[in-house]
Design a protein around this ligand. Structure first.
Ligand SMILES: Nc1nc2c(ncn2[C@@H]2O[C@H](COP(=O)(O)OP(=O)(O)O)[C@@H](O)[C@H]2O)c(=O)[nH]1
Ligand SMILES: [Mg+2]
Length: 459
């Protein structure tokens, strides 16, 4: 399917849908220029279209000889283009009808409408970029912060691919060492099992670290999920609204008002947080409430961070303490709410008992300490990029790295247990397959479809 259609010349609007100052219609494939000429007429007579230079002209329906816009045409001959094929970009006014008419005329002249992500797919199929870089194209377009964009661009630029290439070279080097050990058993001095184990160990540490970066990558792309947990009526919905600066959740003095959960994105500095308000995690009054609590517990256990809210105007109850106990090993910030009503809770005692957990006193209703709260949220829960050189952003990448690691570790363990180098080499060789899938050197069409299917048309 993919191979059958790569010979077609494709066309699509590459700017987002809707009205804009300018809009771009893009063509790729061997007939791009010929087809473009069937709907574009240069203002000045030219013998040939110069590569990479804007040519001013008109968009015209040649059959009726009607001009419908003024436009620039840019021609990028293969292989110096986004797709490595002949590419033409026509910049006209950002009018949906004008652009659609240009696409219609292009199709009439022999082009085919491009599918989602097909321009980038061709860049991959023609070998200009690998799959990791292709994934990064879409991530870059969707990046929510400049920090994320900067990281993603590094991947688009080939940083992660280079790292994977180094891993592969490392694996091949280890395999070569093993071969040497097998072939020249007398030269044990140089290639001892210990030395091979050592090389494997180093590699495992580096890969483990890269795999662990998925948490950071996911947080950068999707935002950090922060759930507000606490028993009913402690002020969760009030706090949710106060942080959002919006009356998003319903607040009433009656316990059990919030039964389902609400999720909203907020940005603190350069990080997105997905804030979740939910039902109180305490005793349920009704079956609806019980379901809400069940969901709430699941959300709380899946969230990257928890704001555990306590009503400090009342003494701590067993439900409060149970909640703190249940989630104390998670990334938690304890919030003592309703301090405007005075402190009846033994805050010092709770702080002592859960000493490792950070806490803050607030009034969600009055807005007391909300600025400090946001600062703390950022400090505690923002993704810890530190000085990581590479971050992975996709589950696909993580799963393949997991496969690689599994076989590396197995190979190492076999040697440790005293098995032969041959058996160890067999395990290690298996990692090469997964490394090739990671960069897309080995093509899997279902993977390709799922990656490029996420793209927009025209990219
Ligand atoms: N005095 C005071 N009342 C608050 C504060 N936060 C929430 N409340 C009140 O507590 C009640 C329950 O609040 P709500 O946000 O619905 O609690 P939830 O059940 O945890 O979502 C409402 O009457 C709120 O106005 C606060 O900081 N101070
Ligand atoms: Mg509520």
């Amino acid at each position: 399917m993919i191979d059958q259609t790569i010979e077609d010349t494709i066309i699509a609007v590459s700017t987002p849908p809707g009205y804009g100052g300018i809009g771009i219609v893009r063509l790729s494939g061997r007939d791009s220029l010929k087809i473009a000429k069937s709907l574009f007429r240069p203002k000045k007579r030219i013998s040939r279209v110069p590569p990479g230079r804007a040519v001013l002209g008109n968009l015209v329906n040649l059959e009726s000889n009607e001009v419908f816009d003024e436009a620039y045409l840019l021609y990028f001959p293969a292989p110096h283009s986004y797709t490595r094929e002949d590419v033409v970009e026509i910049s006209c006014h950002g009018s949906p009808v004008v652009m659609e008419e240009a696409v219609r005329l292009g199709i009439k002249a022999g082009a085919r409408h491009a599918r989602a992500g097909e321009f980038t797919l061709r860049a991959y199929l023609k070998g200009r970029i690998d799959i990791i870089q292709a994934e990064a194209v879409d991530d870059l377009i969707r990046a929510g912060t400049v920090e994320t964009a900067r990281r993603v661009f590094g991947q688009l630029d080939g940083k992660l691919s280079k790292k994977i290439g180094e891993f592969r070279a490392g694996v091949i080097d280890i395999l070569a060492q093993i071969e040497a050990a097998i072939e020249f058993p007398d030269d044990r001095l140089f290639v001892t099992p210990e030395r091979i184990i050592n090389s494997l160990e180093k590699m495992i540490v580096l890969m483990d670290d890269l795999m662990a970066s998925y948490d950071v990558g996911k947080a950068l792309i999707e935002g950090v999920t922060l759930a507000i947990a606490g028993k009913t009526n402690v002020g969760k919905s009030t706090l949710f609204n106060a942080i959002l600066e919006d009356e998003r959740a319903i607040v009433t003095p009656y316990p059990g008002t919030t039964r389902d959960y609400l999720k909203e994105k907020i940005k603190i500095k350069d990080v997105y947080f997905n804030l979740v308000d939910m039902a109180g995690l305490g005793k349920a009054g009704s079956s609806v409430e019980r379901e809400g609590i069940k969901r709430g517990k699941r959300i709380a256990s899946l969230a990257e961070g928890l704001l555990i809210l306590l009503d400090a105007s009342r003494p701590a109850g067993s439900e409060d303490l149970a909640l703190l106990e249940e989630f104390r090993s998670k990334n938690v910030l304890i919030l003592f709410n309703k301090i405007d009503l005075g402190r009846k809770m033994d805050i010092t005692k709770i702080k002592e008992r859960f000493g490792q957990l950070p806490s803050l006193e607030i009034s969600a209703l009055r807005g007391t300490n909300l600025g400090r709260l946001k600062k703390k949220i950022y400090e505690i829960f923002s993704p810890k990029i530190e000085n990581r050189e590479n971050v992975i952003f996709h589950m696909r990448q993580k799963l393949l790295l997991e496969d690689v690691l599994k076989h590396l570790k197995k190979g190492r363990d076999l040697l440790i247990k005293g098995h032969t180098e041959e058996i160890c080499a067999e395990e290690i060789r298996k990692t090469l397959l997964f490394l090739s899938q990671l960069t897309g050197e080995i093509r899997a069409d279902d993977v390709i479809e799922s990656i490029f299917g996420r793209f927009c048309v025209g990219k």
